[in-house]
Design a protein. Sequence first.
Length: 37
Amino acid sequence: MAPTFASAERQAELLKQEGNTFFKKDRIGAAIEAYTE
């Protein structure tokens, strides 16, 4: 079953937050992976 818009939006927000956390810890490569997943 395809994810609903709300769940896709929630997952995108979680990945953005994860990317931000990596970026703040100077883990640029991991941040880029999270942002582009």
